[in-house]
Design a protein around this ligand. Structure first.
Ligand SMILES: Cc1ncc(C[n+]2csc(CCOP(=O)(O)OP(=O)(O)O)c2C)c(N)n1
Length: 575
């Protein structure tokens, strides 16, 4: 009896009757939410009214897509859920791309959408959209709250679901009357979700099988993806690779999980990855995937992917294992827990010196390469090298999507985890600029560099307003090639240079646009101008937009053409 009474006391946060909106604010505070990214409207007016005196930081985006990409950038850098609020109807539907992006890249988000009142749901009421139906395939979970008293429980569950297991976006739809009505505020002490029990501890027998496979392998290889970041397991990854002397390839999203200068590091694999990484994936006899999805941009033609390898796959999401690549050794579990188990086993090291030598030969004979002298114009790869040099490799880098994204991945080696923010799975143009806002808010004292194409930056350019308003010291760099470069590249290679709708006939002055928002704008055309701009601007604690005109016809190489195998790269220049 005593115990029950004590529990009941703990459960009740306050027995005063308060509005749903106030309950929501209280629930967010209990989750220690530092910042909300959002945009108001009719259906969320009660929530915004409660926010008025709540003393919580709210960043008013200029478009809901800006808010959700900022929340993604925040989540990627801080490791905490990004929180978003938007109104019903168009506010909610403007979030859908960002929700899908977060789902693809496993980013924890908690998204609140307003909804029309419960009495008119289903009547095509003003600004009604069935956001539950729309987002069911692209959320980890979604809720519509039908009773005010459920708010504390549902918010608590949503944060738990978003940030545990394989992280992902959770959406909570709140009808306007539910936010307005009053009820007693009760938050249950514990969460009870019998249908959601992520497996974090790996199965011992599978770990043993993997240890034995390593011992008998002559050509072992680790493929490390963003699951290593989510599990905060970079240290353990290095420890395991060193203990067993296994070389490491990264996925695009896994960059930063392994020190780039480490002798066991090969580099990024996949469509625009480094030759040695793809050859290693082709030739290895044991491929240990840790927290990666075997995305088609990584694997190329599946029939030619790792054809000689026994595949082991460590993933917290069992649905990923065997989805694309037949897997002999499945390990369901958290990457850190699994690596700790593997390290503890301290298995017999594989005898693989010739393999490591072979990898070094590949690395030496075909590093990333571009022709330095074949045009007057500045090479985008050179600009990326300068960004690296003049930021001393210490920056947080966000990118948009396209050629510049691949050059950033190739020419900016990440020395630490959680410094790389890019849209991998969905490849969402318009991501880079708002993602930098979230990253800078998560790490106010870090140097945040946002690398963009002249196409994609225009998809979120309105977010310059947020950067100016909050004086966020982001260095916005545009690699301006006057075209939708990646599309132009594919048209050049696969469509006989028919540049259908990929070259801009007209463009704004990006530097003047920045100035119009109150942000310093610079145009640069030569290496000297770029160096000067970076040297002067990177140390300043204020925003700047540097528009760099680059060679318009430069292509990203090496490349695996669609349908080709990872051993069939083109544009590899051998020394
Ligand atoms: C929202 C969206 N629309 C279309 C695409 C297809 N797409 C991929 S890359 C690209 C070109 C990007 O051009 P730009 O932003 O100028 O960057 P660049 O490739 O020149 O570096 C396009 C249109 C996309 N990824 N996302």
């Amino acid at each position: 009896m005593m115990e029950k009474a004590a529990l009941a006391e703990k459960e009740v946060q306050s027995n005063a009757r308060i509005s749903g909106a106030e309950m929501l604010i209280n629930a967010l505070k209990r989750q220690e939410v530092e910042v909300l990214f959002g945009y108001p409207g009719g259906a969320v007016l009660p929530i915004y009214d409660s926010l008025y005196h709540a003393g919580m930081k709210h960043v008013l985006s200029r478009h809901e897509q800006g808010a959700i990409h900022a929340a993604e950038g925040y989540a990627r850098i801080s490791g905490k859920p990004g929180v978003v609020i938007a109104t019903s109807g168009p506010g909610a539907t403007n979030l859908v791309t960002g929700i899908t992006d977060a789902m693809m890249d496993s980013l924890p988000l908690v998204i609140f959408t307003g909804q029309v009142g419960t009495g008119v749901i289903g009547t095509d009421a003003f600004q009604e959209a069935d956001i539950l139906g729309i987002t069911t395939p692209v959320t980890k979970h979604n809720y519509q709250i039908r009773d005010t008293k459920d708010i504390p429980r549902i918010v608590k569950e949503a944060f738990y679901i978003a940030s545990t297991g394989r992280p992902g976006p959770v959406l909570i739809d709140i009808p306007k009357d539910i936010a307005t009505l009053v009820a007693e505020e009760i938050e249950p002490e514990s969460i009870s979700l019998p249908g959601y029990q992520p497996t974090t501890e790996p199965n011992y027998l599978q770990i043993r099988r993997l240890v034995e496979a390593v011992s008998s392998s002559k050509k072992p290889l680790i493929l490390a993806g963003a699951g290593v970041l989510h599990a905060k397991a970079s240290k353990q990854l290095v420890e395991f690779a060193e203990q067993q002397q296994i070389p490491v390839v990264n996925t695009l999203l896994g960059l930063g999980t392994f020190p780039p200068e480490h002798p066991l590091y090969i580099g990024m694999g996949g469509m625009h990855g480094i030759y040695a990484a793809n050859m290693a994936m082709y030739e290895c006899d044991l491929l240990i995937n840790i927290g990666a999805r075997f995305d088609d941009r990584l694997t190329g033609n599946l029939s030619r992917f790792a054809p000689y390898a026994t595949v082991a796959h460590i993933d917290i999401d069992p649905a990923e294992i065997g989805k694309n690549v037949p897997t002999a050794i499945p390990v369901v579990g958290d990457a850190k827990q699994s690596l700790l188990q593997l390290i503890k086993q301290n298995g017999k090291r594989s005898d693989n010196e010739p393999w490591r030598k072979q990898i070094h030969t590949w690395l030496e004979e075909a590093p990333y390469h571009y022709e330095k002298e074949d045009s007057e114009a500045l090479k985008p790869q050179r600009v990326m090298e300068l960004i690296y040099e003049l930021s001393k490799g210490d920056a947080i880098v966000t990118t948009d999507v396209g050629q510049h994204q691949m050059w950033a991945a190739q020419y900016y080696p990440f020395k630490r985890p959680n410094a790389w923010v890019t849209s991998g799975g969905l490849g969402t143009m318009g991501f880079g600029l708002p993602a930098a806002i979230g990253a800078q808010i998560a790490e106010p004292d870090d140097l945040v560099i946002s690398v963009n194409g002249d196409g994609g930056v225009q998809m979120s350019i309105q977010e310059l307003g947020v950067i100016a308003e909050h004086n966020l010291p982001i260095k916005i760099i545009i690699l301006n090639n006057g075209s939708l470069g990646m599309v132009r590249q594919w048209q050049e290679i696969f469509y006989e240079s028919r540049y259908s709708q990929s070259v801009f006939a007209s463009q704004p002055s990006f530097s003047k646009l920045a100035e119009a928002y109150g942000i310093k704008g610079i145009d640069a055309r030569t290496e000297e101008e770029v160096k000067q701009a970076f040297t002067e601007e990177f140390p300043q604690h204020k925003p700047v937009l540097i528009n760099v005109y680059v060679e318009p016809e430069e292509n990203v190489y090496p490349m695996i053409a669609p349908g080709k195998g990872i051993n069939e790269m083109v544009g590899v220049k051998k020394k």
